[in-house]
Design a protein around this ligand. Structure first.
Ligand code: SF4
Ligand code: SF4
Length: 418
């Protein structure tokens, strides 16, 4: 069940690049893996999916922290009958049985929340048991866990290492940034507990990356933030821009970042990334480089032509087309009542996929459309804009980075194929 590594290796000028065909949590390469996640679905002529990707919410929005900016905590209102949401054994079994049967080449499960470790280690032992039971010969099954790191201890770290999980840990930078918004239910700080969890991951050589939510505080210090992460030995990074709507004013919530701030941040961190290339993996940049090199659309969903590159499965088996659209309007159905096959073919899902293509028509004439494809629809719809909230950020960044991406592309193309 260990993740398979496949891809094209390139070597030049004293360093190597590895082009993985897919997401490779087990990779122990000392150099960054490009092509981090080509999780789009390849539909074969006879209509079977070769690689499905799921974001699973085994505890729904339940969490042991209460971060100010969390967009998922309010989803608890969708399931008010109980305060404690846990995926049952029946739902888990059905999910793994159906998805493995439907996607013979591989399946990717990203366990997230809320805080997915609240499901308990025994739940994930069941996950592995069912993956072994239902997995097909030669099928690649990948597991990743997106966690706040608080509950990670020796037992968890050993299990994650033994079973090849890739872990994403949320850390917003140094203590003063991290503790500002990432607090416990009584306002208690979380930084020290997260760092303790990370030490356990390191102790057991678990592959992990750091997920940084860019908010109104840390976004102003791109160089300091980047250096803090890299100096702490974190070389696999993902920066996620935070923008939420204040329901009272209809304007961006106070912790949101502005398009100007995000544009400036991307440019500043790009300079750092280039300096460190290829030692540090920054997901947005590495994925864009791959798009330059391959001439294909990037694999990050927000830069893809269409939405619908994964499904979200809630604790009770409800299925939605996107993490940001877990709402009644976009409920596709429930796996205990309908097959995944049916849900994927449903008119609602197809409509969801098409929405982005429709929005991006407004971007006609933009020189960066081939890279951006209009960005994430949520960033259009949240404030009822006729453009993407981050459009200016993207344009600033694409203009700033283009020549250097071309240089990197030439460098990569000039390398010797292994
Ligand atoms: S709505 Fe945004 S986050 Fe959701 S699939 Fe589309 S691009 Fe991705
Ligand atoms: S940069 Fe702006 S106009 Fe261009 S494709 Fe992206 S969102 Fe559309």
């Amino acid at each position: 069940m260990a993740p398979r590594r496949s891809g094209l290796g390139l070597e030049a000028k004293g360093f190597k690049l590895q082009f993985h065909k897919g997401y490779s949590p087990g990779c122990k390469a000392s150099y960054p893996c490009l092509g981090f996640d080509d999780a789009h679905w390849e539909v074969e002529p006879y209509g079977r999916y070769t690689r499905l990707k799921f974001f699973i919410k085994p505890v729904s929005a339940d969490c042991n922290l209460a971060c100010t900016y969390c967009f998922y905590l309010p989803k608890a209102d969708l399931y008010p009958k109980t305060r404690c949401h846990r995926m049952s054994d029946e739902v888990l079994r059905e999910l793994i049985a159906q998805s493995t049967a439907l996607s013979p080449d591989g399946v990717s499960f990203c366990w997230q929340g809320g805080e997915p470790t609240l499901a308990g280690l025994e739940f994930y032992e069941k996950v592995i048991e069912y993956e072994r039971l239902f997995g097909l010969p030669g099928q690649r099954i990948e597991n990743s866990l997106q966690t706040n790191g608080i509950l990670i201890d020796e037992r968890w770290a050993r299990f994650l290492a033994q079973n090849g999980f890739l872990v994403g840990v949320s850390l917003d930078g140094p203590k003063e940034f991290h503790d500002y918004y990432r607090k416990g239910p009584s306002g208690e700080p979380s930084y020290e507990r997260v760092m303790r969890g990370i030490r356990w991951l390191r102790e057991f050589n678990v592959d992990f990356n750091i997920l940084v939510l860019l908010n109104d505080r840390n976004v102003k210090y791109p160089h300091e933030l980047y250096r803090f992460l890299v100096d702490n030995g974190f070389h696999y990074l993902q920066f996620i821009p935070c923008v939420e709507r204040n329901p009272r004013t209809g304007k961006p919530a106070e912790y949101s970042i502005t398009p100007e701030e995000y544009g400036r941040f991307l440019c500043a961190v790009f300079d750092e990334w280039i300096r460190d290339f290829p030692r540090v993996y920054v997901r947005t940049f590495d994925e864009l480089l791959l798009a330059y090199v391959r001439g294909e659309e990037p694999s990050l969903c927000l830069f893809r032509r269409e939405c619908g590159s994964y499904l979200v499965v809630e604790y009770n088996g409800d299925v939605y087309p996107c993490d940001f659209y877990v709402e009644p309007k976009w409920l596709l159905g429930n796996i205990m009542e309908q097959s995944l096959d049916e849900l994927l073919a449903s008119e609602r899902f197809l409509e969801f996929k098409r929405r982005k293509v429709e929005l991006a028509k407004k971007c006609k004439g933009c020189p960066w459309l081939w890279l951006c494809h209009g960005g994430c629809p949520r960033h259009w719809e949240m404030f009822g804009l006729d453009h993407n909230y981050f459009c200016r950020s993207y344009k600033t960044f694409f203009e700033y980075s283009h020549q250097r991406f071309l240089k990197l592309k030439r460098l990569v193309e000039g390398m010797t194929y292994r």
